[in-house]
Design a protein. Structure first.
Lengths: 114, 113
Protein backbone atom coordinates (compact mmCIF):
# COMPACT_ATOMS: atom_id res chain seq x y z
CA UNK A 1 0.00 0.00 0.00
CA UNK A 2 1.67 3.23 -1.13
CA UNK A 3 1.24 6.41 0.84
CA UNK A 4 0.58 9.93 -0.37
CA UNK A 5 3.06 11.15 -2.97
CA UNK A 6 3.58 14.81 -3.82
CA UNK A 7 5.55 16.30 -6.68
CA UNK A 8 7.72 18.16 -7.10
CA UNK A 9 9.43 18.21 -3.70
CA UNK A 10 10.88 21.68 -4.22
CA UNK A 11 10.50 24.43 -6.76
CA UNK A 12 11.33 28.06 -7.23
CA UNK A 13 9.05 30.41 -9.14
CA UNK A 14 9.06 34.10 -9.97
CA UNK A 15 6.39 36.47 -8.74
CA UNK A 16 3.50 36.61 -11.21
CA UNK A 17 4.06 33.12 -12.57
CA UNK A 18 1.70 30.16 -12.28
CA UNK A 19 2.44 26.83 -10.59
CA UNK A 20 0.85 23.37 -10.49
CA UNK A 21 1.47 20.99 -7.61
CA UNK A 22 0.50 17.32 -7.77
CA UNK A 23 -0.68 14.75 -5.27
CA UNK A 24 -1.26 11.02 -5.64
CA UNK A 25 -3.60 9.82 -2.95
CA UNK A 26 -3.24 6.62 -1.00
CA UNK A 27 -4.91 3.56 -2.50
CA UNK A 28 -8.59 3.37 -1.50
CA UNK A 29 -8.81 7.06 -0.54
CA UNK A 30 -11.43 9.18 -2.31
CA UNK A 31 -10.84 12.50 -0.53
CA UNK A 32 -7.94 14.91 -0.90
CA UNK A 33 -7.31 18.02 1.19
CA UNK A 34 -4.68 20.69 0.57
CA UNK A 35 -2.96 22.73 3.28
CA UNK A 36 -0.47 25.60 3.20
CA UNK A 37 2.16 25.76 5.93
CA UNK A 38 4.02 29.05 6.07
CA UNK A 39 7.28 29.26 8.02
CA UNK A 40 6.67 29.10 11.77
CA UNK A 41 2.94 28.46 11.33
CA UNK A 42 0.68 25.45 11.45
CA UNK A 43 -0.88 24.06 8.28
CA UNK A 44 -3.80 26.13 7.01
CA UNK A 45 -6.70 24.56 5.11
CA UNK A 46 -6.96 25.56 1.44
CA UNK A 47 -9.68 23.24 0.09
CA UNK A 48 -10.88 19.67 -0.05
CA UNK A 49 -11.99 17.49 -2.95
CA UNK A 50 -14.33 14.54 -2.55
CA UNK A 51 -15.07 12.35 -5.57
CA UNK A 52 -13.89 15.07 -7.98
CA UNK A 53 -15.97 17.88 -6.44
CA UNK A 54 -14.72 20.74 -4.26
CA UNK A 55 -16.16 20.02 -0.84
CA UNK A 56 -15.01 22.95 1.25
CA UNK A 57 -12.67 25.90 0.99
CA UNK A 58 -10.62 27.91 3.45
CA UNK A 59 -9.81 31.61 3.38
CA UNK A 60 -7.78 31.61 0.17
CA UNK A 61 -8.35 33.79 -2.92
CA UNK A 62 -9.70 32.36 -6.20
CA UNK A 63 -6.23 32.28 -7.73
CA UNK A 64 -5.83 29.11 -5.67
CA UNK A 65 -7.72 26.40 -7.56
CA UNK A 66 -7.69 22.65 -7.73
CA UNK A 67 -8.78 19.52 -9.48
CA UNK A 68 -9.38 15.94 -8.53
CA UNK A 69 -9.17 13.24 -11.16
CA UNK A 70 -11.15 9.97 -11.50
CA UNK A 71 -8.26 8.06 -9.90
CA UNK A 72 -8.57 10.51 -6.94
CA UNK A 73 -5.19 12.13 -7.55
CA UNK A 74 -5.27 15.90 -7.32
CA UNK A 75 -3.65 19.14 -8.47
CA UNK A 76 -3.30 22.49 -6.76
CA UNK A 77 -2.90 25.46 -9.11
CA UNK A 78 -1.81 28.89 -8.01
CA UNK A 79 -1.95 31.80 -10.46
CA UNK A 80 -0.25 35.20 -10.24
CA UNK A 81 2.18 34.02 -7.57
CA UNK A 82 3.00 36.42 -4.75
CA UNK A 83 5.99 36.39 -2.41
CA UNK A 84 3.70 35.39 0.48
CA UNK A 85 2.77 32.20 -1.37
CA UNK A 86 6.18 30.84 -0.38
CA UNK A 87 5.35 27.91 1.88
CA UNK A 88 5.20 24.16 2.27
CA UNK A 89 2.10 22.80 0.52
CA UNK A 90 0.75 19.62 2.05
CA UNK A 91 -1.69 17.19 0.55
CA UNK A 92 -3.66 14.76 2.70
CA UNK A 93 -5.79 11.89 1.48
CA UNK A 94 -8.44 9.99 3.40
CA UNK A 95 -11.09 7.31 2.83
CA UNK A 96 -13.83 9.80 3.77
CA UNK A 97 -14.44 13.50 4.16
CA UNK A 98 -14.30 13.81 7.93
CA UNK A 99 -11.01 13.91 9.90
CA UNK A 100 -12.07 10.92 12.00
CA UNK A 101 -11.60 8.75 8.91
CA UNK A 102 -7.89 9.43 9.23
CA UNK A 103 -5.89 11.81 7.09
CA UNK A 104 -2.58 10.62 5.59
CA UNK A 105 -0.28 13.49 4.70
CA UNK A 106 2.34 13.60 2.00
CA UNK A 107 5.79 15.07 2.60
CA UNK A 108 4.83 18.30 0.88
CA UNK A 109 6.08 20.58 -1.87
CA UNK A 110 8.32 23.44 -0.78
CA UNK A 111 7.47 26.44 -2.99
CA UNK A 112 9.70 29.48 -3.01
CA UNK A 113 8.51 32.61 -4.84
CA UNK A 114 11.22 35.15 -5.66
CA UNK B 1 -7.92 35.10 14.91
CA UNK B 2 -6.16 31.96 16.04
CA UNK B 3 -8.74 29.35 17.04
CA UNK B 4 -6.16 26.77 18.13
CA UNK B 5 -3.22 27.96 20.20
CA UNK B 6 -0.05 26.22 21.26
CA UNK B 7 1.60 28.79 23.45
CA UNK B 8 4.90 26.98 23.97
CA UNK B 9 7.05 27.10 20.84
CA UNK B 10 9.48 24.59 22.32
CA UNK B 11 9.91 22.10 25.15
CA UNK B 12 13.02 20.27 26.36
CA UNK B 13 12.73 17.05 28.34
CA UNK B 14 15.16 14.38 29.48
CA UNK B 15 14.81 10.84 28.23
CA UNK B 16 12.54 8.75 30.45
CA UNK B 17 10.67 11.73 31.87
CA UNK B 18 7.17 12.90 31.03
CA UNK B 19 6.56 15.37 28.19
CA UNK B 20 3.41 17.48 28.45
CA UNK B 21 2.33 19.49 25.45
CA UNK B 22 -0.55 21.91 25.79
CA UNK B 23 -3.17 23.27 23.44
CA UNK B 24 -6.03 25.75 23.88
CA UNK B 25 -8.94 26.43 21.56
CA UNK B 26 -11.54 29.13 21.32
CA UNK B 27 -14.21 27.70 19.01
CA UNK B 28 -16.81 25.88 21.11
CA UNK B 29 -18.08 24.09 17.99
CA UNK B 30 -14.91 21.97 17.81
CA UNK B 31 -15.77 18.41 18.80
CA UNK B 32 -12.84 16.34 17.58
CA UNK B 33 -9.21 16.90 18.39
CA UNK B 34 -6.03 15.37 17.07
CA UNK B 35 -2.30 15.45 17.66
CA UNK B 36 0.16 15.13 14.82
CA UNK B 37 3.93 14.70 14.92
CA UNK B 38 6.14 16.15 12.21
CA UNK B 39 9.78 15.43 11.45
CA UNK B 40 11.73 17.75 9.13
CA UNK B 41 11.16 17.03 5.42
CA UNK B 42 8.20 14.77 6.22
CA UNK B 43 4.47 15.33 6.37
CA UNK B 44 2.56 15.35 9.66
CA UNK B 45 1.91 11.88 11.07
CA UNK B 46 -1.23 11.16 13.08
CA UNK B 47 -0.57 10.32 16.73
CA UNK B 48 -3.78 10.23 18.69
CA UNK B 49 -7.25 11.77 18.69
CA UNK B 50 -10.09 12.42 21.09
CA UNK B 51 -13.78 13.10 20.66
CA UNK B 52 -15.48 15.73 22.79
CA UNK B 53 -17.61 13.04 24.44
CA UNK B 54 -14.48 11.74 26.17
CA UNK B 55 -12.01 13.40 28.51
CA UNK B 56 -9.13 10.98 28.05
CA UNK B 57 -7.73 8.71 25.37
CA UNK B 58 -4.69 6.51 25.69
CA UNK B 59 -2.51 4.75 23.14
CA UNK B 60 0.67 3.22 24.46
CA UNK B 61 2.99 5.95 25.70
CA UNK B 62 0.64 8.69 24.48
CA UNK B 63 -2.36 10.03 26.39
CA UNK B 64 -4.52 12.96 25.42
CA UNK B 65 -6.64 14.77 28.00
CA UNK B 66 -9.52 17.06 27.11
CA UNK B 67 -11.00 19.68 29.44
CA UNK B 68 -14.01 21.04 27.56
CA UNK B 69 -14.97 23.66 30.13
CA UNK B 70 -11.47 25.15 29.93
CA UNK B 71 -11.22 24.54 26.17
CA UNK B 72 -7.88 22.92 26.80
CA UNK B 73 -6.22 19.70 25.79
CA UNK B 74 -2.86 18.21 26.54
CA UNK B 75 -0.70 15.41 25.20
CA UNK B 76 1.33 13.37 27.68
CA UNK B 77 4.22 11.23 26.50
CA UNK B 78 5.53 8.77 29.09
CA UNK B 79 8.34 7.82 29.05
CA UNK B 80 9.83 10.27 26.56
CA UNK B 81 12.38 8.90 24.09
CA UNK B 82 14.93 10.71 21.88
CA UNK B 83 12.99 9.54 18.81
CA UNK B 84 10.05 11.61 20.04
CA UNK B 85 11.98 14.78 19.20
CA UNK B 86 9.82 16.48 16.57
CA UNK B 87 7.28 19.26 16.11
CA UNK B 88 3.88 18.41 17.59
CA UNK B 89 0.74 19.99 16.17
CA UNK B 90 -2.59 20.15 17.88
CA UNK B 91 -5.56 20.20 15.48
CA UNK B 92 -9.30 20.57 15.91
CA UNK B 93 -12.33 19.89 13.78
CA UNK B 94 -16.06 20.38 13.78
CA UNK B 95 -17.28 16.98 12.57
CA UNK B 96 -20.75 18.29 11.78
CA UNK B 97 -19.43 21.15 9.70
CA UNK B 98 -16.70 21.74 7.20
CA UNK B 99 -14.38 18.79 6.79
CA UNK B 100 -11.29 20.67 7.79
CA UNK B 101 -8.59 20.64 10.40
CA UNK B 102 -7.59 23.82 12.20
CA UNK B 103 -4.01 23.56 13.41
CA UNK B 104 -2.01 25.29 16.09
CA UNK B 105 1.47 26.63 15.33
CA UNK B 106 3.17 23.63 16.83
CA UNK B 107 5.53 22.88 19.71
CA UNK B 108 9.03 21.62 19.05
CA UNK B 109 9.87 18.84 21.52
CA UNK B 110 13.49 17.98 22.17
CA UNK B 111 14.16 14.84 24.19
CA UNK B 112 17.77 14.59 25.29
CA UNK B 113 19.49 11.33 26.29
Amino acid sequence: ETGVTQSPTHLIKTRGQQVTLRCSSQSGHNTVSWYQQALGQGPQFIFQYYREEENGRGNFPPRFSGLQFPNYSSELNVNALELDDSALYLCASSPGQKPNYGYTFGSGTRLTVV
Amino acid sequence: DQQVKQNSPSLSVQEGRISILNCDYTNSMFDYFLWYKKYPAEGPTFLISISSIKDKNEDGRFTVFLNKSAKHLSLHIVPSQPGDSAVYFCAASELGGYSTLTFGKGTMLLVSP
